[in-house]
Design a protein around this ligand. Structure first.
Ligand SMILES: CSC[C@@H](O)[C@@H](O)C(=O)COP(=O)(O)O
Length: 352
């Protein structure tokens, strides 16, 4: 059974505290929007799809407790709370697109005089709950398309070795995962030989979370430090790199965890195909190119300390961007729930 990062029933939300993994498994109650903002900002929950889903579910939980019978006030409060949730972390687009969709829904439910306040709430909360189910279905489709594309690109039926970066599994999504979903699918096809995952400094999503998921799923895998990537590609045949995305611009430039860009450069040099696996909710067609993506900068402490222990020399100044942008030219394909697209063909998604 895969790991359950989000436990939700109507009116109740708990998230697995990813700051404590892998040493402790503890769920944190999210009682409303204020809690939702905090768990996202502190990275107790992280990963672009999970951020969007937990943010929206925190609003659903709050609405369940709200006895407001005035639709106009409900609409206004919903808009303010969603905009607040979007501000918790700026780079991943999923929560912004979800907020826009929900604000549109609230506007139309509020304007429709045949809709009662109770119906407004019911339909609004149900739409949010639908996101949980859809994300898992989308991830499974991403897994199938990614597996197919990678197997098709290989000569013969030799062993498949995948390199991934950061964490894109059950913990980063509603379940199954994006890049890790492709890995699961390859395992199901019986062609997967081995997975390499990077530590993903400084927050160590790879060492703490991906390694935890790979061990949990009994997928043959090896952890490497981030700086081993080129040496790995030089010494062992890697079939493909598959990573996730926080925001894909219309031209295919992709923001993902810091370090992704240098992996893509190494992959190009070694002739290893480099794929992005991401749901359509990570694609921002409103942004022409990646240089317009806002990159979150995280506190120095995430670099200077491991847990409570300082590892960096006192007095040194730090720069800690949480993401980088990989240019479209380095990307072989963007694997979505609608199929695999060349980065310059993203505009064709809508016709699928
Ligand atoms: C399916 S998760 C895709 C991305 O969100 C993931 O690769 C990533 O960069 C996560 O960053 P994080 O800072 O841990 O939220």
């Amino acid at each position: 059974m895969s790991l359950e990062s989000i436990k939700y029933t109507r009116g109740s939300l708990e998230i697995l505290d990813q700051l404590l993994l892998p040493l402790q498994t503890r769920y944190v109650k999210v009682q409303g929007v204020e809690d939702g903002w905090k768990v996202i900002n502190k990275m107790q929950v992280r990963g672009a799809p999970a951020i969007a889903i937990v943010g929206c579910l925190s609003l659903a939980v709050e609405l369940e407790k709200d006895n407001n019978a005035d639709k106009k006030i409900m609409r206004q409060e919903i808009e303010g709370k969603l905009n607040y949730l979007v501000s918790a972390r700026p780079t991943a687009v999923n929560i912004k697109l979800a907020a826009d969709e929900l604000i549109n829904l609230a506007n139309s439910l509020s304007a429709d005089e045949t809709v009662t306040p109770e119906e407004f709430k019911e339909r609004f909360v149900s739409r949010i709950e639908g996101m949980l189910i859809k994300d898992i279905e989308d991830n499974k489709a991403i897994g199938r398309y990614g597996c197919e594309a990678i197997l098709k690109s290989l000569e013969g039926d030799g062993p498949v070795r995948i390199l991934t970066h950061c964490n894109t599994g059950s913990l980063a999504t509603a379940g199954y995962g994006t890049a890790l979903g492709v890995i699961r699918s390859l395992r199901e096809s019986k062609r997967l030989d081995h997975v390499y995952c990077t530590e993903t400094r400084p927050y160590n999503q790879g060492a703490r979370l991906t390694a935890y998921e790979l061990v949990h799923e009994k997928i043959p895998s090896t952890l490497i430090v981030d700086s081993v990537v080129s040496a790995l590609m030089n010494s062992r045949r890697i079939s493909a790199v598959v990573v996730g995305a926080d925001r894909v611009a219309a031209n295919g430039d992709t923001a993902n965890k810091i370090g992704t860009y240098q992996i893509a450069i190494a992959a190009k040099h070694h002739g290893v195909p480099f794929y992005i696996a991401a749901p359509l909710t990570s694609i921002d067609m409103a942004l022409r190119s990646g240089d317009r993506i806002k990159i979150e900068e995280r506190p120095e402490r995430e670099m200077t300390h491991v847990g409570e222990h300082r590892i960096a020399a006192p007095g040194i100044s730090c720069w800690n961007p949480s993401f980088d942008v990989t240019p479209a030219a380095l990307i072989a394909g963007i694997i979505t729930e609608k199929g695999v697209f060349a980065p310059d063909k993203l505009s064709e998604i809508n016709s699928k």
